[in-house]
Design a protein around this ligand. Structure first.
Ligand SMILES: Cc1ncc(C[n+]2csc(CCOP(=O)(O)OP(=O)(O)O)c2C)c(N)n1
Ligand code: SF4
Ligand SMILES: [Mg+2]
Length: 288
């Protein structure tokens, strides 16, 4: 079984796990490592960049090159690493607070620029690590710490927002479905530009509105729609409008015509080295 393979075990650490039991983060990390192993990536081929939060604490739970940045800033850190060295596969992880509040500015430009990286949005619909405040993805009426009478503002429709930014790859999974998440991550590993992967993540401790069972009743693999065209952005926008009843998962949108950031840089044409190879001492005395 893959979960016991020697390659999979190399990614494990002996650090104390601080996630609550049944947290969706376990499934997400498990699926990601499965995908890496299936696609032949060793720990030395990958840089995992973590934001702040319960999702960010995944940095301690994986034995690989990791970077743990400030809240909301992971996309800028990861994008810098990705353009500097395209030999590494760069994967960034962030919660809904980091992605759609503190870091929403970086999200916008990460998608627009199509940086060569995977971005995994752990959407547990609350600020988990700071004990359950409402975020911009918490549902209307949800009673949260800091909002005991219930949230009074409609949540952001995250995928509508992403699809408005001319993305090149958009997928959605559910933390209770490791098999499907693994397939999504495998496809994202093959994508050249910015792969936006949103995972609907159970947070049994603070999100009582959308637990595992709630999602399990509503998520549907997009493959059940035989006529669905994942290259049609308006079909995708129509599909993601419903966040309550029919929640479609899988690869929802792909634009193979979009060119990633590095392939558009005229200054890099015909150059075989990576930016990271070109770092050297530079004499600035001429400039002084
Ligand atoms: C700029 C900044 N603001 C606030 C905090 C405090 N803080 C730490 S974790 C956290 C909640 C994180 O929520 P989310 O990004 O959704 O991740 P989750 O814990 O739910 O995985 C907050 C507000 C911080 N560390 N930095
Ligand atoms: S608070 Fe929620 S997101 Fe954080 S570890 Fe516990 S279950 Fe997971
Ligand atoms: Mg969160």
């Amino acid at each position: 079984m893959l979960a016991k393979s020697a390659e999979f075990l190399k990614y494990e650490t002996d650090k104390v796990i601080t996630w609550c039991s049944n947290c969706g983060n376990y499934g997400i990390q498990n699926a990601l490592v499965r995908a890496l192993v299936l696609e032949g990536y060793s720990q030395r081929d990958v840089l995992m960049c973590f934001d702040i939060g319960c999702s960010g604490n995944g940095a301690d739970k994986v034995n690989a090159y990791t970077l743990h940045g400030l809240h909301g800033r992971v996309i800028s850190l990861a994008a810098g690493a990705a353009v500097a060295n395209q030999r590494m596969k760069v994967i960034a992880f962030a919660g809904d607070g980091a992605t759609f509040s503190e870091g929403v500015n970086h999200l916008v430009h990460g998608v627009r620029n199509d940086y060569p990286m995977i971005f995994v949005h752990h959407n547990n619909e609350n600020y988990g690590l700071t004990i359950g405040q409402a975020s911009s993805t918490t549902r209307l009426g949800a009673k949260m710490n800091g909002a005991p009478d219930g949230v009074v503002i409609e949540p952001i429709n995250t995928l509508q927002f992403i699809l408005s930014l001319d993305p090149s790859f958009v997928a959605r999974g559910f933390s209770g479905d490791v098999e499907q998440m693994t397939e999504i991550f495998q496809a994202a590993l093959h994508h050249k530009g910015f792969a936006y992967v949103e995972i609907l993540q159970a947070c049994p401790t603070y999100n009582k509105v959308t637990p595992d069972a709630w999602y399990a009743e509503r998520v549907k693999d997009v493959s059940v729609l035989p006529d669905y065209d994942k290259h049609d952005i308006w079909a995708a926008r129509h599909l993601v409008q419903d966040m309550s009843d029919d929640i479609y998962t899988g690869i929802l949108y792909e634009n193979p015509a979009k060119r990633d950031f590095m392939s558009l840089q005229k200054s890099r044409e015909g150059i075989d080295t990576q930016l990271v190879d070109e770092v050297k001492p530079f004499d600035i005395s001429r400039l002084l």
